[in-house]
Design a protein around this ligand. Structure first.
Ligand code: EPU
Length: 428
């Protein structure tokens, strides 16, 4: 098993290019199943969640061929022969997109209950609400979610009870070829919602309003193939912004869409760092001290929950008290225990963390509970005095492409190490 070994205390300096957005890629790839021609998807991040989605497509019977490191040609126009394997679906949340995509294509779908990060209950009632409204029977039995058209599917009007990224995207996948108009209200507005709509529209779909509260979809009979490039990853970009600020560094992140990061940029400025925005890059210059601030996570364009652990790590060294409130997930502060090993002074009460900034963090051996928590522990280790060892890095590699190489390129002292099997056995 691998680990990251980090010697802290180096300012990050230089430029780094953002990869494609993981959460857009894991939705666009299943959407290829609905196309009536082959598709080329470019700017894919080479992370393990994307690899799992490509594996599922292959198991289902699609022809998946890499063109280069970040581009893949997928021909799913032949008959599908396989099922979504339980072990693959349990590893990633985004497996639920195969429900919407297969339903659209086959008028039925059976997908094992998706897994993903352990950050709180992850129900799929809103996904089932839209499938039911379009005319499906839905069942969850023996760990399998099954949806099946009762007769002809037809467009519907649905008001989501809560703002959900996954159900908004699944609704677009399910409705894109459903006859009539589907109107989705109280939808999520994240950049990857717009990216999925743009992808489908580039193939001939009629989806309007993505990025606002209301999406209207007029079902079409046919979607041709095409070439599409995934948007840059705003959370990876935000991670490098936080890392630059935490180490007092100076980092230019290129190939990004600054508009997607407005709420993050605002908070990074409030803690005292300088942020310069250009057409497709962002430069962050850290200050000598970090000012405290308060953060509440909200659906886009509010402050993203996926940046919450990173800002908590950053604020753990602020001069004063910060309050971070998580309003999307029920238990997204599990990593705080690991930050405390590094000397952070953070009290968690339910969905609120009160952070008393300390003058220094110290290196420690820590374990990663989930993807963004892992990135937060990297940031803390980069800013800490001494050496840290970060274990369970498989979570980080679900969503961060070439993280070691990218950080090394900015001057970080980070190496990939190996934990011998005997050591692991002793731990149990
Ligand atoms: N929810 C329901 N019912 C549903 C769906 C969601 O109650 O049917 C609740 C959830 O329990 C949660 C809230 O609604 O409390 C928001 O969930 P959402 O559906 O928006 O989340 P998701 O689609 O499961 C995606 C990202 C997450 C990110 C959230 C919020 C992917 C694959 N995952 O999850 O990303 O935190 O949106 O922005 O797109 C990450 O990348 O680290 C990550 C966890």
């Amino acid at each position: 098993m691998d680990k990251f070994v980090i010697k802290g205390g180096t300012k990050l300096l230089g430029r780094v290019r953002a990869s494609g957005a993981k959460n857009a890629a894991v939705a666009v790839l299943p959407a290829v199943l609905i196309a009536d021609g082959p598709c080329i998807i470019e700017n894919l991040p080479m992370v393990s969640d994307v690899a799992v989605i490509l594996d599922i497509l292959t198991v289902l019977g699609a022809d998946v061929q890499f063109i280069d490191k970040c581009s893949v040609r997928i021909d799913a126009t032949g008959a599908l022969s396989g099922k979504v394997p339980v072990d693959m679906a349990r590893g990633i949340r985004a497996a639920y997109y195969f429900l919407g995509a297969l339903l659209s294509r086959e008028r039925r779908a059976s997908v094992p209950m998706p897994g993903g990060d352990d950050i709180g209950p992850r129900p799929i009632d809103q996904h089932l609400k839209i499938f039911t409204a379009l005319g499906c029977e839905c069942d969850v039995e023996y760990g399998i979610v099954s949806v099946k058209a009762k007769g002809e599917l037809s467009g519907a009007r649905v008001f989501f009870d809560i703002v959900t990224v996954g159900a908004t995207i699944n609704a677009m996948l399910a409705a894109v070829k459903t006859p009539g108009q589907t109107t989705l209200e109280n939808v999520a507005k994240e950049p990857h919602i717009v990216d999925v709509a743009n992808f489908l529209n580039s193939l001939g779909a009629d989806i309007r309003g993505a990025g606002t509260d209301v999406i209207k979809i007029r079902g079409v009979d046919y979607l041709h193939g095409g070439t599409y490039s995934i948007i840059p990853d705003q959370i990876e970009t935000g991670t490098f912004m936080a890392a630059a600020a935490a180490t007092g560094g100076d980092v230019l992140i290129t190939g990004v869409i600054p508009k997607h990061l407005e709420s993050v940029t605002d908070k990074i400025r409030m803690i005292g760092a300088t942020v310069e925005e250009y057409d497709d890059s962002i430069r962050v210059k850290g200050a000598s001290g970090i000012k405290p601030t308060n953060i509440k996570t909200m659906p886009y364009p509010g402050f993203p929950t996926d940046m919450q652990p990173l800002m908590t790590a950053l604020l753990s060294r602020a001069k004063g008290t910060s309050v971070v409130t998580e309003s999307i997930w029920d238990s997204r502060f599990k990593y705080v225990e690991e930050l405390r090993r590094m000397g952070a002074n953070i009290q968690v009460d339910g969905k609120v963390a009160i952070i008393e900034g300390v003058s220094r963090l110290t290196g420690a051996s820590v374990r990663v509970p989930d993807i963004r928590a892992g990135a937060a522990l990297i940031i803390a280790a980069l800013a800490a005095y001494g050496d840290s060892e970060i274990e369970d890095i498989c979570h980080i590699e679900r969503g961060y492409e070439d993280i070691v190489e990218k950080l090394k390129g900015l001057g970080a002292d980070i190496e990939r190490g190996y934990i011998p099997e005997e050591t692991l056995m002793q731990a149990f």
